[in-house]
Write a protein that binds this ligand. Structure first.
Ligand code: UDP
Ligand code: MG
Length: 310
C-alpha cells in the first residue's frame, strides 16, 4: 500500500482542488492507497471539508490534531500514522504537483531507490520569499554537515525501511528534509518546477520560516558555536596586535590620551560576548527542549484510521 501525508492549516479554499488532483493522480497508477490529511488545528472550515471528503472516499483519512503544532510536527504525526509500505509527503497548498507521485513511485519500485526527493529546478513567480529561501539554501549548503539536498524540501516519497529509520530519530526540534538526508539509504531525485501557492496566503509566515531556518542550522551544523570561537580568536589576534602597538607607542612616548580606542575596544568585545552568549543560549534552550521530552503533537481523533492507532 502507498500512503500520502499532507498537512493542512487553514486551507479551506484549496481542499477541493487538492483532493481532486491528488486522488486522480494517485488513481492513475495505484488502487491500494491511503491519503492522510493532518489537520494541524485549523480554525477555518478545513476540517469539516476534509471530513466531508473522508465520508465519500474511504481511502481518505483525517488525523485531527488538538491544536496547531506547526508544519514539521504535523508531517511527523502523519508519518507516524501511515501504514503503507511506501509513504509520500507533500505540502497541502499545491505548490508541489501531486501528478509527480506516479514518477516517484515508478522510480522507487523499479530502480531500487529507497528515497526519492522532489528537486526544484525552478520556481514560478517572484517574491521576497524566494530570495529568502535561496539565501537559506546557499548558507545551509555551505555550513551544514549534510550534502546533496539543495532545492529539496518536504515533497518526497520513501520506502518503509528509511521511514522507520526517520521515525526512530526522536528529536523534538525536527527539520525533516535534513533528517531524511542523515539516514543514508539510496536516495534519488525527480525534478520539477515549483508552482506558486494556488490560493490564500502562505501559512508559514516569515517568523515561522525564520524559526525553521534556525532549527535547520542549529540542528545540522556546528557553524553557530564555531562562530563564537572564531570571533574570539579574531578578537584575540586583533587585540594582541593593538597591545603591541600600544606598548611601542608608550615606549617611544607618542601615546595619545586614548579614550576613543578604549571605548571602541570595550564596545567591540562587549558585542562579541553578547552575540556569543546568545548563541550559547540557543543551544541551552534546545538542550532544555529536548530534555523536557514532551510529545511534539497530540491527536484529537484519527478519522478513518486503523483502530489501535487512536
Ligand atoms: N502548515 C501546517 N501547519 C502550520 C503551517 C503550515 O500544517 O503551522 C501546512 C500548510 O497548510 C501547507 C504546508 O504546511 O499545507 C506548507 O505551508 P506553506 O505553504 O505556508 O509553507 P511554505 O510553502 O511557505 O513553505
Ligand atoms: Mg507553500
Amino acid at each position: 500500500m502507498l500512503s500520502i501525508v499532507i498537512p493542512i492549516y487553514n486551507e479551506e479554499n484549496l481542499i477541493d482542488d487538492l483532493v481532486n488532483r491528488t486522488v486522480s493522480s494517485l488513481e492513475a497508477f495505484i488502487t491500494d492507497y491511503e491519503l492522510i490529511f493532518v489537520d494541524d488545528g485549523s480554525e477555518d472550515q478545513s476540517l469539516q471539508k476534509l471530513l466531508n471528503w473522508q465520508t465519500q472516499n474511504n481511502n481518505i483519512k483525517v488525523l485531527s490534531l488538538s491544536k496547531n503544532f506547526g508544519h514539521q510536527a504535523a508531517f511527523t504525526a502523519g508519518l507516524e500514522h501511515a501504514s503503507g509500505e511506501i509513504v509520500g509527503m507533500m505540502d497541502g497548498d499545491l505548490q508541489d504537483p501531486p501528478e509527480l507521485f506516479g514518477e516517484m513511485y515508478l522510480k522507487l519500485t523499479t530502480e531500487d531507490f529507497d528515497i526519492i526527493h522532489g528537486k526544484r529546478s525552478g520556481r514560478k513567480g517572484k517574491s521576497s520569499r524566494n530570495i529568502y529561501t535561496f539565501l537559506f539554501h546557499l548558507l545551509f549548503r555551505n555550513i551544514a554537515a549534510i550534502k546533496n539536498m539543495e532545492n529539496t524540501g518536504n515533497f518526497s516519497m520513501m520506502k518503509r525501511q528509511p521511514l522507520d529509520a526517520l521515525l526512530r530519530m526522536k528529536e523534538k526540534v525536527r527539520y525533516l528534509p535534513g533528517l531524511r538526508s542523515v539516514i543514508g539509504f539510496r536516495q534519488g531525485f525527480v525534478k520539477f518546477v515549483r508552482d506558486e501557492r494556488m490560493e490564500g496566503d502562505p501559512k508559514m509566515n516569515l517568523s515561522k520560516l525564520f524559526a525553521l531556518a534556525a532549527d535547520a542550522i542549529f540542528a545540522f551544523s556546528r557553524f553557530p558555536i564555531r562562530m563564537c570561537l572564531t570571533l574570539g580568536i579574531i578578537g584575540t589576534v586583533v587585540f594582541m596586535c593593538a597591545g603591541i602597538y600600544v606598548l611601542i607607542a608608550k615606549m617611544f612616548g607618542f601615546a595619545l590620551l586614548g579614550w576613543s580606542s578604549t571605548l571602541l575596544s570595550i564596545y567591540f568585545l562587549g558585542s562579541i560576548q553578547l552575540v556569543s552568549l546568545g548563541i550559547v543560549g540557543e543551544y541551552v534552550y534546545r538542550i532544555y527542549k529536548e530534555s523536557q521530552n514532551r510529545p511534539i503533537y497530540f491527536v484529537k481523533k484519527f478519522y478513518g484510521g486503523n483502530p489501535g492507532k487512536e
